[in-house]
Structure formats: C-alpha cells, structure tokens
Design a protein around this ligand. Structure first.
Ligand code: UD1
Length: 362
C-alpha cells in the first residue's frame, strides 16, 4: 500500500510524524509532499528537525499569497504529483489551505482522501480554517476524528457513519513522544526564567492581529500581564508585520518578543509556564494534556473538549477581559485547580490506529 502525505504549514508537521512512524513500522510505501505554504526556516525546517521528520520527497514551493492564489498554486502544483505517484491513499492534515487544496485535486482525480483531524467545527465561517474543514470533510473518503464531538458534527452534516472513525488525537502522540526531550532542554532555565512564574503567549489569527484596534488591546493586555510576571511572546511573522504596519507600540517591561519557536522549545516553555495566552488550535490541546491553564483569545473554539475536559477557557480579545481572566487563573492555580486532561483517545496511539484503519480498508 502506498500513502501520500500532504503537509504545508506549521500545525501540519506535528500531525504527520506519528502517522509516518506507524506506516514505516507497517512497511508501507510513503511519499511526503510539502506544499511550501510555510517556508521560513523557523516555520518549517525547525519543525522537521525537532520532529525528526524525513526530508519531503518534493516541495511545491507555493509561498504566501491571498487565499485564492495560495489554494490555486497548490492545486496546480499537486495535480501532476498525484499522477506520477498514484497513491492508494492521500493523507491530509488539519485545516490549513494546503489541506483543502490537496483534497480538491485528489477528489476530482478519483484518489481516496483520508483527513486526519476531521470533524472539528468552530461554526464561524469568518475563519478561513472553518471553510477548509467543511470542504475537506465533505470530499474526504475517510474522516479520522480526534474526539466524539467531531463525529457528531460530521453526522449532522450528512456524512455517512461508515466514513467516520474516531482515532484520537495524533498531536498528542507527538507531545508524549517528545515531552522528555523537550524537558531535557530546560528552555525556561536557558532563557533566564528559572522556576519562577512566567506566561507564554502566541497570537496570529486574522481575527486578532488584522485589525489595529483589536491588536492594540491585546498588546496592552500583554503589558498588564508583564507587570505580574515575565512574558515570552513568540510572535508569528504575520503578527510582527501587523505591529509594524499599524505603527503599534510593542509591549514593553518584562514582555520578551521572540521569533517563532521550534516545537521542543515551545513544549518546554508551555510545560513550565504558569499560564498560556494564545489563539492557536494546537496549544489549546497541548495545555490540556500538560495540565497548564490556557486562555484562548477567541469567541469560539473547534476543540470543545479542551473546555469541558481540559484547562482551556475562552476570553474576549479585550484588555480588561484578559486582565480579569488572568487574575482568576492565578487564583485557581494557587488553589491547585488544574490537572492534566486526557479526553478519550488522547493516549499517544492515534498514529497506529490511523494506519490500521487505512490498511483495513485496503
Ligand atoms: C496558517 C494557517 C493557520 C495556521 C497558521 C499557523 C491557513 C488558512 N492558515 O496561517 O490555520 O494556524 O498557518 O502558523 O492555512 N509568512 C512568513 N513566513 C512563512 C509563512 C508565512 O513570513 O513561512 C507570512 C507571510 O507574509 C504571509 C503571512 O505570514 O502572508 C501569513 O501566512 P499564511 O500561510 O497565509 O497564513 P498563516 O497566518 O501562517
């Protein structure tokens, strides 16, 4: 059996690793295609290194652009690749533009598509990822979901039960696999943070960084947070660009703005942090598994189990709202109210379950 994996952007990389490992153990033939959606060394190469991923067999080099440009370039580049390799399954991951673009091409060419992390829904179509999720799941031949709520979302959209399989959360495989290695790097110590409280922050969603007034509120919230404890703010290229473009004053005081960090550095900081403030999808899950309180600066989440069974809480992207939530988290932490959450199937074995499912379907 031949698998063709398509990845393109940072959050895809930690999802493909466990599937590649499990497929290797099952002696399956594999091709790894990188679309080039993310291309900066800090957004791509660093993750391949940290996650010990094989070099991609090819990189389509699509780069940045509008959604239409990026999607179209991926589709054009991917079509001949499919014809050359003729895989039994095309595996797509998560909800980025590369996921949807590859699915559209494979679906129309009659290749079977398996979507890893299927069924998540924020019900917010202003999020580009929500459009990607809806299209990908409608076209996929196999929807591999991380949690039961995702199964329900798919059934409600008319997707047949036999196309849906709950396999658990593949990103947790990676987290559990590399957690000790991340810990051994002692990133907080190397950054001079020691064992004292600190906060870890990432922000990059268009809803937070593309409007000057919202981004300004968030930067002021970071100033306030920085008065309570040191803050490490790992800034996405998009966020940096917007701060410059809007002429906003970056946060000061104890807020340290860094380049985007690698996977091991990020996990090391998250595990040591008193709290995480983010709009990332992946960090909502990672904080849940690590038992670290997470404030998600969004109006909704496609990962509701992190609210009900984990450490996550939604917070408005306003200075006062974040300040109040931070104060509550500090209090709850003092009372020992945060424990690691382990929703069903978040056990480090999702990769082998995915491969078993593919093999079982022939
Ligand atoms: C993409 C994903 C988002 C994911 C995020 C993680 C989509 C629709 N969005 O958003 O779901 O959470 O990745 O990082 O697929 N840029 C660089 N270097 C890079 C990549 C991007 O400088 O390697 C800059 C470019 O100016 C680009 C901007 O960042 O225009 C945004 O990049 P893009 O890939 O369009 O979306 P992300 O915001 O990264």
């Amino acid at each position: 059996m031949k698998l063709l994996h398509v990845v393109g952007a940072r959050p895809n990389f930690m999802k493909v690793g466990p599937v590649i490992r499990a497929a290797r153990a099952a002696a399956l033939e594999q091709v790894l295609v990188h679309t080039g959606q993310h291309y900066d060394p800090a957004m791509s190469d660093a993750f391949f290194r940290d996650l010990d991923l094989p070099e991609p067999d090819l990189n389509l080099g699509v780069g940045s652009g509008t959604h239409a440009e990026q999607t179209a370039r991926i589709m054009l580049g991917f079509e001949p690749v499919l014809d050359e390799h003729r895989p039994d399954w095309v595996l797509v991951y998560g909800d980025v533009n590369s996921t949807m673009a590859a699915t559209l091409v494979a679906g129309k060419r009659g290749f079977r598509v398996a979507h890893v992390e299927a069924g998540l829904r924020s019900r917010d179509r202003t999020m580009p990822e929500e459009i990607n999720r809806l299209v990908t799941d409608q076209l996929a031949d196999l929807c591999l979901t991380p949690s039961r709520d995702a199964d329900q979302n798919l059934l409600a959209e008319g997707i047949r039960a036999e196309k849906i399989r709950m396999v658990g959360n593949v990103m947790v495989d990676t987290l559990l696999f590399l957690r000790d290695k991340a810990r051994a790097l002692d990133v907080p110590g190397r950054m001079g943070l020691g064992r004292a409280p600190f906060a870890f922050v990432t922000l990059h969603r268009p809803s937070n960084v593309d409007q000057p007034a919202v981004l300004d509120q968030l930067l002021r919230a970071l100033d306030d947070l920085g008065e309570k404890m040191p803050v490490v703010f790992a800034a996405h290229p998009r966020t940096r660009q917007r701060i410059d473009q809007f002429g906003l004053r970056p946060p000061n005081g104890t807020v340290r703005i860094t380049e985007p960090l690698g996977y091991l550095e990020t996990v090391g900081l998250v595990e040591g942090a008193t709290l995480v403030l983010t709009d990332s999808g992946g960090l909502q899950e990672e904080t849940t598994v690590l038992g670290v309180p997470c404030l998600t600066a969004r109006a909704n989440t496609e990962r509701p189990v992190t609210l009900t069974e984990g450490t996550n809480r939604l917070v408005e992207s306003r200075r006062e709202a974040i300040g109040a939530a931070v104060a509550e988290v500090i209090e709850a932490r003092r009372a020992g109210r945060f424990r690691p959450g382990r929703p069903e199937g978040w056990d480090g074995q999702a990769g082998p379950r995915i491969v078993a499912e593919l093999v079982g379907r022939g």
